[in-house]
Design a protein around this ligand. Structure first.
Ligand SMILES: NC(=O)c1ccc[n+]([C@@H]2O[C@H](COP(=O)([O-])OP(=O)(O)OC[C@H]3O[C@@H](n4cnc5c(N)ncnc54)[C@H](O)[C@@H]3O)[C@@H](O)[C@H]2O)c1
Length: 316
């Protein structure tokens, strides 16, 4: 992959993390955000973050990496020479449509564009782009420089060669790409997260357990395995005869549990109850500190995984 210059369009939470992903892999990164406050604060944020990452051995040389990051006042300047563009603007069809049309106009027609969209498919906002065959979803997890998975989702008109090239680029910069064959709202990651969240809300609404205990069930239970294996491998190991044995033993139980759940949106009064319960645990004024704590935990986990790489299944 010969991509050496990458552009970041939208440098909020996710776009700024993407900038680090590419810069620490040795690529030149050109950043644009329409908000002067974001542009002005980017350098200081990147400097602090890179120093922390260097201490955690997640960046080889913070100063060199910082030197590869440049912020520009206009989209056109940021896109100059970029062969890959990562769009990370607000999750709204109108904003993404406008941003993609502007990128489309300014980009080199041979460049490729990945959108960080969390669940809106690319066909909802790239239809009118002249270069629409070069646009796709490249959905990360926040923050992308600490959580490696990305979902590649083509629109019906995306050139498969572009998806293959971006997949290689993601591997080159240390992300772990998963590929969807076609569009579905929420993609894979948020559909899985949504299934768990819907059940968590339903259990809470019906009063089976507190927020604290539902969180503990995942944090102290399911989540421990999930940090190194997925649901299919989990059940393959949880019955003596493997996945088919598990399906035979527990399939009917899961079928019964799944029937008829979540037939309504998360109710406002239940959300208010959950909000009050959470704010007793964590006052609103402490949310930012707790986010920083979360990123610190993720950093430690990323460093641990780097030295203790999870092994693939023996045959893969
Ligand atoms: N936050 C998450 O957990 C998360 C995780 C994965 C993906 N995403 C996705 O990433 C995208 C960005 O989310 P975020 O959390 O970084 O939001 P954010 O609000 O932190 O940042 C969005 C940025 O986009 C900029 N922007 C708005 N219009 C623009 C335009 N026309 N051109 C360039 N920049 C523009 C804004 O100024 C802002 O700085 C969304 O699609 C979101 O769904 C978010």
């Amino acid at each position: 992959m010969s991509t050496r210059v990458v552009a970041i369009v939208g440098a909020g939470l996710v776009g700024s993390g993407w900038a680090i992903v590419f810069a620490r892999a040795g690529l030149t990164v050109r950043v644009y955000d329409p908000q002067p406050k974001i542009r002005d604060g980017f350098h200081a944020w990147a400097e602090t973050s890179l120093k922390e990452l260097e201490v955690a051995s997640l960046v080889v040389n913070a100063a060199d990496t910082l030197a590869r990051l440049k912020v520009f006042d206009t989209l056109e300047e940021a896109l100059e020479g970029a062969t890959y563009i990562q769009e990370s603007v607000f999750e709204r069809v109108d904003v993404k449509t406008e941003a993609c049309l502007a990128i489309d106009k300014a980009m080199d027609p041979s460049a490729m564009v990945g959108s960080s969209s969390s669940g809106i498919p690319a066909s909802a906002f790239t239809q009118a782009c002249v270069n629409r065959a070069r646009f796709m979803i490249n959905h990360p997890v926040n923050p992308p420089h600490l959580v490696p998975v990305v979902e590649l989702v083509p629109a019906p008109w995306t050139d498969p060669d572009c998806v293959a090239t971006v997949r290689e680029l993601m591997k080159e910069v240390g992300q772990v790409p998963v590929s969807l064959t076609r569009e579905v709202d929420g993609f894979v990651l948020n559909r899985l997260q949504g299934a768990l969240l819907n059940e968590a809300w339903a259990l809470y609404e019906e009063g089976y357990a507190s927020i604290k205990d539902i969180d503990a069930t995942v944090r102290e239970g399911l989540g421990l395995r999930w940090s190194f294996m997925g649901p299919f491998e989990t059940i393959d190991l949880n019955a003596p005869g493997g996945i088919a044995d598990y399906a035979e033993r527990l399939g009917p139980l899961y079928f019964g549990m799944g029937n008829g759940r979540m037939d309504h949106p998360w109710p406002h009064d239940v959300i208010a109850r959950a909000e009050a319960e959470r704010r007793l645990e964590l006052p609103a004024g402490s949310l930012a500190d707790r986010r920083a704590w979360r990123d610190g935990q993720l950093m430690k986990l990323a460093a641990f995984r780097q030295t203790h790489k999870p092994k693939r299944s023996p045959s893969s």
